[in-house]
Design a protein around this ligand. Structure first.
Ligand SMILES: O=c1ccn([C@@H]2O[C@H](COP(=O)(O)OP(=O)(O)O[C@H]3O[C@@H](CO)[C@H](O)[C@H]3O)[C@@H](O)[C@H]2O)c(=O)[nH]1
Ligand SMILES: [Mn+2]
Length: 354
């Protein structure tokens, strides 16, 4: 009797898993059944002389700060140090069409039936099916098994648009800001919501980087996680900045962003007092940043992600430079990022992100 053929994991040779880390990577043991077939890109932050142990049997490349400096030279200045923002270096050096990024304190969660959740498989499903940013489907993801477009949904919009980003969520430790963490230290997220939905066009959202996947060919150059951590006045806004820039560009290029399933189990609450020191400026700056992104418009001549991003950098400098000089530095770093991206990925000057 022939042994059952194990199905080839979806996108096995078209997806890299990017992990920012300052710790050992024992968490991979729990993910082994789901991650082992895929190539890992490990971005080691902090002291490059520290040896990061990677469990046996994983196919990976590891970059520390010395490697980043060697590969990018002076352009390495755009990659953050001592902040999880460093993960975006992994997006730049990858050669694959898709990226999944996960933190090293995120584990396999269980769904209400007690089954282990293959977060990577769900992200791939999200990315391979269209998004519906132009008209909200009240039964959520219409492309999902057992669902569809509801009555009154325009047939002219049912083809949907290509999905650029899949934003997953977290059981146990929720991704709260420091003030919320301080007032609710024991709060845990126990609510499993069985839904995936497209974030409507024109709507921003707080993108969390700990359980995130995206189509690198559609939107990769916009996934810059900014200047955070060492030497910078702000931290823990890396993923937020990337999410706002990305969403404005996705809306402009007609690409979709989804949020919801899959869940991971977030195990470690980072120190709220340390977090408060990192993020406090962001808490009041964002009251000006959000209106900036909500009112930003990109000219129709911007038909590639790179050209959109360069235009965005110009507007950041013109309109946010007066909020704080940091945004002048960030605008320059956005340009350096694109130059570095194009140097490492010469063939990705795509039209309309496609
Ligand atoms: O200096 C650092 C600190 C951490 N890392 C790696 O980044 C991720 C996240 O670290 P951690 O789980 O300790 O922090 P959280 O507060 O839970 O992270 C969430 O907050 C967001 C703000 O950055 C972030 O997007 C979320 O991930 C781990 O893999 C650490 O090893 C690092 O590289 N450098
Ligand atoms: Mn964490």
């Amino acid at each position: 009797m022939a042994s059952p053929v194990t199905p080839t994991p979806l996108l096995k040779d078209e997806l890299d898993i990017v992990i920012p880390t300052i710790r050992n990577l024992d968490f991979l043991e729990m993910w082994r059944p789901f991650f082992q077939p895929y190539h890992l890109i490990i971005v080691q932050d902090g002291d490059p002389s520290k040896v990061i142990k990677v469990p046996q049997g994983f196919d990976y490349e590891l970059y520390n700060r010395n490697d980043i400096n060697k590969i990018l030279g002076p352009k390495a200045s755009c990659i953050s140090f001592k902040d999880s923002a460093c993960r975006c270096f992994g997006y730049m050096v990858s050669k694959k069409k898709y990226i999944f990024t996960i933190d090293d304190d995120c584990f396999v969660a269980k769904d209400p039936s007690g089954e282990d959740i293959n977060a990577l498989e769900q992200h791939i499903k999200n990315l391979l099916s269209p998004s519906t940013p132009y008209f909200f489907n009240t039964l959520y993801d219409p492309y999902r098994e057992g669902a569809d477009f509801v009555r009154g949904y325009p047939f002219s919009l049912r083809e949907g648009v290509p999905t650029a980003v899949s934003h997953g969520l977290w059981l146990n430790i929720p991704d709260y800001d420091a003030p919320t963490q301080l007032v609710k230290p024991r709060e845990r997220n126990t609510r499993f919501v069985d839904a995936v939905m497209t974030i409507p066009r024109g709507t921003l959202f707080p993108m969390c980087g700990m359980n995130l996947a995206f189509d690198r060919e559609l939107i990769g150059p916009a996934m810059y996680f900014g200047l955070m951590g060492d030497g910078q006045p702000i931290g823990r806004y890396d993923d937020m900045w990337a999410g706002w820039c990305m969403k404005v560009i996705c809306d402009h290029l007609g690409l979709g962003v989804k949020t919801g399933l899959p869940y991971i189990w977030h195990s470690k609450a980072s120190n709220p007092f340390v977090n408060l020191k990192k993020e406090y400026k962001g808490i009041y700056w964002q009251e000006e940043l959000i209106p900036f992104f909500q009112t930003t418009s990109l000219p129709k001549e911007c038909t590639t992600v790179q050209s959109c991003y360069k235009e965005l950098s110009k507007q950041v400098k013109a309109k946010l430079g007066k909020v704080d000089d940091y945004f002048n530095k960030l605008a320059d770093a956005m340009l350096t990022w694109i130059e570095a991206w194009d140097e490492l990925n010469p063939s990705t000057q795509l039209q309309n992100g496609k």
